[in-house]
Design a binder for this molecule. Structure first.
Ligand SMILES: [Zn+2]
Length: 526
């Protein structure tokens, strides 16, 4: 079980705590349950051996039996966990339980006592149980599993979380399994890079403040803000011409669009880390104190007023190359680090900036208007603001995209999970289309300039494809497809453009060309 503090999905002016399923050492429940897959069977065996090795290095006398029992326990946990499709369903995951009813959800464990130990039981009246059937299942497991197995399991979980920071043989064995076996990575990153990652994950904004001062110019800020403004204006115009949204819903959509808060570059307020105690010769102790400090930071928010200006509810740091839309706060983040090539450059050709970062900005904004966000209103509260007809018309497009992506096999024997990735595929489709329109608007009716023999429209799509250039090892690609809600990068670069009418015009793509898709098979949402 893990916990997370964020704005209450049905009352975004208050913070709430979620209790969620967790506790697996492999990346997803599928890794325990897909017994018909040879690759995954092999990983299961290797994982059990890995547990055994780690435990015996840590001094466990009967490591082989313990590893077997741990594997059985994790498999039993996987069986009662929700799958990735259900976990994306925000309505199913919103299960408010008052404190006096909490222990009835998991009779074999004192959940209320757990909240008391965290020091928050007197500041909240309820928790959100994300996956109630998981807690009921876990309760049975608590009863059925011998105490000795739980002790081994917890010893293993602790060892596993701190393995990258222990002495070299633990670091090496941890790397051999989690990176080489699971992802095919032959060598660890240099120590300096691992150090930076560690500082980012524990003291993210402290490092972010230095990063932004050094690498994010006011010129980048100004140009990125301008792109965001133009794409928001294009959305405003596009809402009225949507063929699947009813007039009443369009009015709601305009309200929601006007309320979106863009957060570009870096936070306006930085976190204060001054009370965190760090020692020069105590790596694991430092990490434990930092984890505790960060948990405490979030737990302390319970009962406090919501501050919408913060970045930390995502959480994402300015030095992370990423972007994010949060339906619970109706805001989106573009980090300083994503505002660099191949995504963006303050003095780059407009076609390139619109095709790359513009499409990503469009992607994030479109998340405010997809079927998941149809459950979140402009304040970030769970309220369905679509009509039944909107859902029906949208679902037709959605089904077509699910079908289209499910047929794609980026590596032999594995197909994209069209359902698991559909929200992100919709956002790619919408984002690219709106960015294209925003670029056309920026030309004010003039033809786009030709540079190096390419028209602006051609450079726009080339910049989009370049953004997804990527090299992935087969194992990492398989793990990605099992666990990630985004399609693999090469699929995003290729399939998204095939659905865009503008792409056919820009390159004069005709029937018989490899990327040609019949107009009736193209899916257009925005
Ligand atoms: Zn997205």
């Amino acid at each position: 079980m893990e916990f997370d503090v964020h704005q209450d999905n049905k009352d975004s002016s208050h913070y709430a705590i979620d209790l969620r399923q967790s506790g697996l050492g492999l990346p997803d429940r599928n890794y325990y349950l897909k017994n018909d897959d040879v690759q995954i069977k092999g990983i299961q065996k290797a994982y059990q051996l890995h547990i055994e090795k780690m435990l015996s290095m840590a001094g466990e006398t009967n490591a082989s039996d313990a590893a077997g029992a741990i594997m059985e326990t994790e498999t039993a946990l996987a069986r009662v966990q929700w799958d990735s499709v259900d976990r994306r369903n925000v309505l199913k995951r919103y299960n408010k339980v008052t404190l006096d009813q909490l222990n009835a959800q998991m009779p074999a464990y004192d959940l209320l006592g757990f909240l008391r130990a965290l020091g928050i039981a007197d500041r909240i009246n309820y928790v959100i149980l994300s996956e109630p059937s998981y807690f009921a299942g876990l309760s049975k497991l608590v009863e059925e599993t011998p105490l000795a197995t739980w002790k081994s399991y917890l010893r293993w979980q602790t060892l596993n979380s701190y393995a990258p920071f222990l002495s070299a043989r633990f670091v090496d064995e941890n790397f051999a399994f989690n990176d080489t076996t699971l992802n095919g990575i032959p060598q660890p990153e240099p120590r300096s890079k691992r150090g930076i990652d560690l500082v980012t994950s524990t003291l993210g904004e402290a490092l972010g403040k230095i990063y932004v001062a050094e690498y994010f110019s006011p010129k980048s800020q100004e140009k990125a803000d301008q792109l965001v403004r133009n794409i928001l204006i294009t959305y405003k115009q596009s809402i009225d011409s949507l063929d699947w949204m009813s007039p009443a819903t369009k009015e709601e959509a305009q309200k929601k669009l006007a309320a979106i808060v863009p957060k570009v570059g870096s936070p306006t307020k930085w976190r204060d880390y001054s009370s965190l105690v760090l020692g020069r010769h105590d790596l694991v102790g430092n990490i434990m104190r930092a984890n505790d400090f960060n948990n405490r930071y979030y737990l302390d928010k319970l009962g406090q007023p919501v501050d919408r200006s913060l970045w930390d509810m995502s959480p994402m740091t300015p030095q992370t190359v990423d972007s994010y839309y949060n339906p619970g706060t109706n805001d989106f983040i573009l980090t300083a680090a994503i505002l660099q090539p191949p995504f963006f450059h303050p003095t780059a050709d407009d076609a390139v900036n619109y095709g790359a970062i513009g499409a990503l900005i469009g992607h994030e904004i479109s998340h405010a208007f997809d079927d998941r966000s149809s459950n979140y209103d402009e304040k970030g509260n769970l309220r369905n603001w679509w009509t039944d007809e909107d859902h029906i018309r949208f679902n037709e497009k959605k089904s077509a995209l699910i079908k289209e992506y499910s047929a794609i096999s980026p590596t032999a024997g594995y197909f994209v999970n069209g359902e698991q990735t559909v929200s992100e595929n919709i956002a790619d489709n919408a984002g690219l289309s709106v960015a294209c329109r925003a670029y056309e608007t920026s030309l004010h009716g003039k033809a786009s300039p030709v540079i190096d023999g390419f028209t602006g429209e051609q450079r726009f799509y080339m910049a989009y494809a370049r953004m997804w250039q990527n090299k992935t090892r087969e194992k990492a690609l398989i793990e990605w497809m099992e666990t990630n809600v985004h399609s693999p990068a090469q699929v995003r670069g290729y399939i998204t453009v095939q659905n865009q009418a503008g792409f056919y015009d820009a390159f004069d793509v005709k029937q018989g060309d490899p990327m040609f898709l019949a107009p009736s098979s193209r899916v257009s949402i925005w």
